[in-house]
Design a protein around this ligand. Sequence first.
Ligand code: F6P
Length: 326
Amino acid sequence: MDKKVTKIGVLTSGGDAPGMNAAIRAVVRTGIYNGLEVYGILRGYSGMVDGDIIKMESKSVANIIQRGGTILKTARCKEFYDLEGRTKAYKHLKKHGINGLVIIGGDGSFRGAQIFSNEFDMPCIGVPGTIDKDIAGTDFTIGFDTAVNTAVEAIDKIRDTMDAHDRLFVIEVMGRDSGYIALHSGIATGAENIIIPEKVTDIEDILDQLSEKERRQKLVNLIVVAEGKFGGANEVAKVIKERMPQQEVRVCILGHIQRGGSPSCFDRLVASRMGYAAVECLLEGRHNLFVGILNNRMHYIPLNEAVKKKQRISEDWMKIVKILSS
Ligand code: F6P
């Protein structure tokens, strides 16, 4: 394949994240500015396999920077796991003359991009778009800031009820295998405990702390749990109710509310910078990287490193939770 990129495709893949539209806008307009033809691929890799590809103009991305979701739609595509599906996808790209791709999504999407790129010599650049912030090598992923702010807004509201009734609330937030939404929203809302997959939590410790707080007449308690951990908020609440039947316990699972809504200013900026950088990468002939931001500077990380590594959560964070909620 001629390495000079002239026509690029952009797609969003995996779970939608607020700010994906801002990233699409940045890719389309940076591409057009540099004389490229830009194509939107609908429904992630599914649209590539099915040939759902549309030409994008500057006006195609007007008035979307403030919108959540993704105008290109997104999906998790089973067919793309097989060589047959990927071959079909490649043929559709070839038909349009597309010789570079920008994939906006999470680590699963990057894994697909890497395999595809190696098989068909297709330059691919990833843009990390996920509310989970579970990609190593970047301080930010598109959508995380908005999701956390949505969680904080919801928890603040629940706190009013918690306080009015002297209740214990166990609130579950999203994040798949990552505890960042729980950690950030928990600290920002003054949670007494935060339960995340990255740290071993002894439920007995939590029960001891609750008993001690009960002795001090501190009945208002907030526990933020990352989904999946200990079977989620319902399971945590069940154990507390069994062992402390006198406690008034309520559960709230925030769910998909965290994925929607207008992106924060921060996510719009991150998305704009990353979308722009992704096209620059393709123009410079760089392949199989994803763009990240570390210490406020753009970084270019091999796609396979996003796949292998996970974020680490330092002990300091947990210390902060403990000291500030005492
Ligand atoms: O990856 C984003 C995310 O919202 C995770 O936090 C969550 O585990 C998952 O997607 C939910 O996926 P779905 O919308 O397919 O149920």
